[in-house]
Design a protein around this ligand. Structure first.
Ligand code: CP
Length: 310
């Protein structure tokens, strides 16, 4: 196994490798039993809270025959609390395990970790940077519903400035032709310039607005306004909290063929009455994370992998 099989950002994948990954995820979803992680140990090292990402990765490891060691609150319960750098921590843990799933509060932490790690690093979210495995499971959810990842209009709603899942998904879907993005947010939570510059450079169609669109949209991707990213600026948080709420009345105005997604956790931005709406797929989306992460882990340890450049 190559130690260079890191998953750091969505831009690293090719469209062909993404579709192959989905074919593999589908095999796991259909119940195929493979044990590529037998004799392997994976560490899940989380410096920020998580429900879905950590537990779906851990479930994926166990289902693939591997073992897990975990620090669910590494900021407090690892030697980071004594001042150890992420580089030193990774060098040490890299000697104990075969891969590390890392969530950290600093943008770029996964890349820094990958530069010193003797084993693959999987970025499970780096601050407001990226969350590439979430983007893969989001795209898998879209692919299963529409049978394609091109010619789609995707509306992102909410905290686009701090939403790492949104950032990773935009980069991922930009790899497929004729997609169009609608970015809906309060002005202070606009999509960041690096993404907009990327879209302009690659001549990808997008608009920015403060109003939710209900026509001509395939995917509605709602995000939480992330209180934890506002620090002491609670007044600013409160000025935007609750600005966008999808209730069933609004959900029914979206095209019947469209879907409503959310990376979860939600707070108040999707009412629970939407959960039974035909368009709502966010709990299926979360479940898809298990199969996609099984496929990712399979490729991280495979002798020959289609997911990583040779
Ligand atoms: N979507 C997501 O990353 O959820 P968790 O924070 O619960 O892992």
């Amino acid at each position: 196994m190559s130690p260079n099989r890191h998953i750091i950002e969505s831009q690293q994948f090719t469209p062909e490798s993404i579709i192959k990954l989905f074919e593999l995820a589908l095999r796991f979803e259909r119940g195929e039993k493979l044990k590529p992680l037998e004799e392997k140990i994976v560490a899940t090292l989380f410096y920020e809270p998580s429900t879905r990402t950590r537990l779906s990765f851990e479930s994926a490891v166990l289902r693939l025959g591997g073992k897990v060691i975990s620090t669910e609150n590494a900021k407090e319960f690892s030697s980071a609390s004594k001042g150890e750098t992420i580089e030193d921590t990774i060098r040490v843990i890299g000697g104990y395990v075969d891969a590390i799933v890392l969530r950290h509060y600093e943008v770029g932490a996964a890349r820094r970790a990958s530069l010193v790690s003797p084993v693959p690093i999987i970025n499970a979210g780096d601050g407001v940077g990226q969350h590439p495995t979430q983007a893969l499971l989001d795209a898998y959810t879209i692919y299963k519903r529409f049978g394609r990842l091109n010619n789609l209009t995707i509306q992102f709603i909410g905290d686009l400035a701090n939403g790492r899942t949104v950032r990773s998904l935009v980069y991922l879907l930009s790899k497929f032709p004729n997609n169009r993005f609608i970015f809906v947010s309060p002005k202070i939570l606009r999509m960041r310039d690096d993404i907009l510059e990327y879209l302009i450079k690659h001549q990808i169609d997008y608009i920015e607005t403060e109003e939710i669109q209900t026509d001509d949209v395939d995917v509605n991707y709602i995000t939480r306004i992330q209180k934890e990213r506002f620090g002491d600026n609670l007044e600013v948080f409160e000025s935007v909290f609750g600005k966008y709420v999808i209730d069933n009345e609004l959900a029914d105005k979206f095209p019947i063929t469209s879907i409503i997604m959310h990376p979860l956790p939600r707070v108040n931005e999707i009412s629970t009455d939407v959960d039974s709406n035909l368009r709502a797929v966010y709990f299926k989306q979360a479940k898809n994370g298990l199969y996609v992460r099984m496929a990712i882990l399979d490729q991280v340890v495979a002798e020959e992998s289609f997911l990583f450049a040779a």
